[in-house]
Design a protein around this ligand. Structure first.
Ligand code: HEM
Length: 381
């Protein structure tokens, strides 16, 4: 493949802004074969939307194309309907049991404490001082489980995200397996412990009644903890970075769902989701063969000029805004509302309370192509 390759996405400048590469690929074809990794790179909105919605032709459960999945990875994220439907419905019950009010109150209270600690300083790191501890606190509250020490959890959690890019960085695979096992042990203790009524207590009690096996429940609770913490904390960082790069008069306020929706389209952290093709099919005029991988670049699809007017600009009142930042179809994000509540609380508070907030340095991006994030984001309030 001439020009930018998949490896080009690991360059620090591309990790901060991959869109020039995405545009180059899209210009060649919204569905482009990459012989280096033997996968289709999908940068077009319509094509990504089709794949996400069509679990018959494009699977998340790779056993359907003969690829083995270790039992420790079988969860709501890696099963397809109809098996997927049972665990997904059960987890939805968990989200409904927890509700959003508690998430908002807990986020607001902890945010006030963390901002009070940070605001006297001339500058501070938003990632480690606010985004990560706040999100972990909000997600454990949602799950109705004891607080977790960020110093223990956060490094293990990042190791798991690193392993999601192990096709590009194979050395990240084994540490990811070990970190996942450590998180599993934590989650196993919740399943065995008596917990007060809430998300986890509810799904543990109901699992047998609705026919969800213990291992699937266990792995799926780990997924909710990991996916919830990583995506929401990384969005606080990528979102604040994008906001503070705008001139102050163009910054929002991002204190409502419409504005959060536009920020997640423009600067959402999840850049790649992959599926395997189950039967020979045509997509965007290209012939896709059974067993081939299709990698959807959600960040690119969310700026597809065929779908979004003025797609590279932030427009706070954009409606409709049918972005793919939370996915679509059977695996669409279960935590989108939770993430929206956390984000509007944080961005709204910072926007109203500190209109002069500014970046102190360009951030150092984490080397993750799939899920973008930053080691640190130095800001002054
Ligand atoms: C801005 C923050 C977030 C973003 C951008 C995001 C993005 C996504 C995306 C793109 C998917 C689809 C994956 C696929 O199709 O393979 C997904 C699935 C999922 N998300 Fe989120 N997410 C966010 C926050 C959260 C939160 C806060 C939680 C939980 C508390 C959560 C839980 C999940 C779960 C459990 C799934 C898997 C659903 C399934 O496979 O059926 N997410 N998310």
């Amino acid at each position: 493949m001439a020009g930018a390759t998949i490896w080009s996405l690991l360059e620090p400048s591309a990790l901060l802004n991959p869109h020039p590469i995405y545009r180059e690929w899209y210009g060649r074809s919204p569905v482009l074969w990459d012989p280096d990794i033997e996968a289709w790179l999908i940068t077009g909105y319509d094509e990504a939307f089709t794949v996400l919605r069509d679990a018959d032709r494009f699977c998340q459960d790779w056993r359907r194309v003969g690829v083995d999945t270790p039992p420790s990875l079988l969860s709501l994220q890696t099963l397809d309907p109809p098996e997927h439907t049972r665990i997904r419905h059960l987890m939805l019950e968990g989200f409904r049991t927890a509700g959003l009010d508690g998430v908002e109150q807990r986020t607001r209270a902890r945010l006030d404490e963390l901002l009070a600690e940070a605001e006297g300083a001339a500058g501070f790191d938003f990632v480690t001082r606010i985004a990560e501890p706040l999100t972990l606190y909000a997600v454990t509250g949602l799950l109705g489980v004891p607080d977790i020490d960020p110093a223990w959890f956060v490094p293990r959690s990042h190791t798991i995200v690193d392993s999601m890019d192990s096709s590009l960085r194979p050395e990240c695979y084994e540490p990811g397996v070990a970190a996942r096992a450590e998180l599993s042990a934590l989650v196993g203790a919740w399943i065995d412990a008596p917990l007060p009524e809430g998300f986890t207590a509810h799904v543990v009690r109901r699992a047998k009644e609705v026919g969800v096996e213990r291992d699937i429940l266990h792995n799926s609770l780990r997924v909710v903890l990991q996916a919830g913490f990583q995506t929401a904390s990384r969005f606080l960082t990528t979102g604040l970075h994008a906001l503070l790069r705008l001139p102050p008069e163009q910054r929002g306020p991002v204190d409502n769902d419409l504005a959060v929706n536009e920020l997640v389209r423009y600067a959402g952290p999840v850049h790649v989701e992959s599926r395997a093709c189950v039967e020979d099919t045509v997509l965007g005029g290209r012939q896709i063969r059974r067993g081939q991988i299709v990698s959807m670049f959600l960040g690119a699809a969310n700026r597809d000029p065929r779908t979004f007017d003025d797609s590279a600009a932030v427009r706070w009142d954009r409606t409709p805004n049918r972005h793919l930042a939370f996915g679509r179809g059977p695996h669409a994000c279960l935590g989108a509302q939770v993430a929206t509540v956390i984000a509007r609380t944080v961005f709204g508070t910072i926007g109203h309370r500190y209109p002069g907030a500014r970046l102190l340095a360009e951030p150092r991006p984490r080397p993750n192509v799939t899920e973008h994030g930053m080691f640190e984001l130095h800001v002054a309030l």
